[in-house]
Design a protein around this ligand. Structure first.
Ligand code: AHR
Length: 502
């Protein structure tokens, strides 16, 4: 039964921010049939997770300014950022890397800050890392924003014993020396640790391993990566990337016991060594970026097929624990800091990717966009005391209704924008509040679309629009791209229809 009330999460573009969508120039008609008779597997709220690495200004300035900063802060965490992250109910944060994690010694980041050692961040800009943001600062931050912690262990350059000690330090309620050391450092109760990452990118910066060796390493480290049973922590094995499936196969076959398998995929407009700019791009790069983003569907499908062979009961989740756009870094920004602007194109990539993860809810149990603040496809950008929310942030805000929702198949019948890029992408689900939600993405930057559904009832929702393909929010104009109420729903042949702008 289709309920009378229907809510929408909509994404479209091409009108000035703050204005309602203009009367469409050209209307293409797309038919959308939602099948509510076959509910899918509940969408995990963890697919809206974030990634925060010690990279550029992601942690330092982005999250942590220290207690003595002039930037308003609560115990060193900037207040504006904490409030913005709380508002989108970030489900989990992955830390400390990334590549940084496989050279990270957790002992560097505990105890009095003034006494912590200073290291060189060899992966990211060669800058010094004073370790003022360590285990306590991260775990307390996760609690502060209400997110589950996802800690990635160093399997590339430390021993399983080091990992075991770190986990005991964080999670033991015993009278052990490590638990007491944590107490002396200011934390009486253990923290809850939801996800334990067994390394990162073992095929690359995490050790340049062969897939068979990585599987053996996972068996070994996972054996000792224990937390108290009642905590129910999930162990995530480091898997494949892009179109390479060897690590997924080897890990599923020989990797021992684990609860999740990771895969990484970044979207670039051109090729990795010549990525293309974040703004000021031609329409051909709008189209190629969206086509490349949609390629993650094939990667997820093929990885899921490998997992099905070894785990037909689908007990092991697929975790896309690094994904997002990667462009040439902003001119004038510090080399190695991966600072890029985030435009309406990124919002489309975010929505298309989340729609894909939602459609694969039977296998995809988590995902972490790279990265949360000031790095790659960020939610938030900061410039000292200033903060701006990106169009990608607004997509995560609009998609909150899908956390824990039950998906339905949505058959889309209409034209394509470019080869491999449908003009309209749709994800449908019944929210926890019982309402039916649609997320619709018009991929065409110059043509509007009339969407005719098989639904009856009334609808309301929000639309994310802007005046240009690369429209973005800046510190001077922070509200150029933001969601506004959607008012273009009507009926066609007695069915609910929507006019979505280009
Ligand atoms: O997110 C930036 C880097 O990309 C991460 O450190 C690494 O895991 C990946 O290659």
């Amino acid at each position: 039964m289709i309920r009378k009330i229907l809510w929408l999460a909509l994404l479209a573009m091409a009108v000035p921010a703050g204005a309602q969508a203009p009367a469409p120039d050209v209307i293409a008609v797309v038919h959308v049939a939602i099948d509510t008779s076959k509910p899918g597997v509940e969408i995990s709220r963890h697919i809206y997770g974030q990634f925060a690495e010690h990279l550029g200004r992601g942690i330092y300035e982005g999250i942590w300014v220290g207690e003595n900063s002039k930037i308003p802060n609560t115990h060193g965490y900037r207040k504006d950022v904490v409030a913005a992250l709380k508002a989108i109910h970030v489900p989990n944060v992955r830390w400390p890397g990334g590549c940084f994690g496989d050279l990270y010694d957790w002992r560097d980041g505990i105890g009095p800050r003034a006494k912590r050692p200073v290291r060189v961040n060899v992966h990211w800009g060669g800058v010094t890392e004073d370790n003022s943001f360590g285990t306590h600062e991260f775990m307390n931050f996760s609690e502060l924003i209400g997110a589950d912690a996802y800690v990635s262990l160093n399997v590339g350059s430390l021993t399983p014993y080091d990992s075991a000690q770190w986990l005991e330090y964080m999670t033991s309620d015993s009278k052990s020396s490590l638990a007491n050391e944590r107490r002396r450092n200011g934390r009486a109760k253990p923290w809850n640790l939801h996800f334990v990452g067994i390394g990162n990118e073992t095929w690359g910066c995490g050790g340049n391993m062969r897939s068979e060796y990585a599987a053996d390493i996972n068996r070994r480290y996972a054996t000792f990566a224990g937390t108290p049973r009642e905590m129910g922590s999930l162990k995530i094995a480091s898997g494949s990337h892009d179109d390479n499936y060897d690590f997924a196969e080897a890990m599923m076959r020989d990797g021992g016991k684990f609860d999740g398998l990771s895969v990484h995929y970044y979207t670039v407009p051109r090729v990795f060594r010549d990525k293309g700019p974040a703004t000021g791009f031609p329409e051909s790069e709008w189209a190629s970026t969206l086509a490349h983003a949609l390629h993650i569907d094939e990667i997820v499908s093929k990885t899921a097929a490998i997992m099905d062979k070894y785990d037909p009961a689908k007990k092991i989740g697929l975790y896309v624990d690094e994904w997002g756009t990667w462009y040439d870094q902003e001119a004038g920004s510090h080399p190695g800091f991966l600072y890029q602007q985030s435009s309406l194109r990124d919002a489309e990539v975010a929505a298309l990717s989340l729609n894909i993860f939602q459609r694969h809810s039977d296998r995809v149990k988590g995902a972490n966009i790279a990265q949360m603040i000031n790095v790659l496809q960020a939610m938030i950008l900061t410039d000292k005391e200033k903060m701006v929310l990106t169009p990608t942030y607004h997509v995560f805000d609009m998609y909150q209704v899908f956390m824990g929702a039950v998906p339905y198949s949505a058959k889309v019948d209409g034209k394509t924008y470019r080869e491999g890029v449908p003009m309209l992408d749709v994800s449908a689900a019944r929210g926890k509040d019982g309402k039916l939600y649609l997320a619709m993405v018009n991929t065409d930057p110059s043509h509007a679309v009339q969407v005719i559904t098989n639904l009856t009832g009334t609808a309301h929702g929000r639309v994310l629009t802007a005046f240009a393909m690369d429209a973005h929010n800046s510190f001077d104009a922070p509200n150029m791209v933001r969601p506004i109420p959607f008012k273009n729903s009507n009926t066609a042949d007695g069915k609910l229809a929507f006019d979505m702008p280009a």
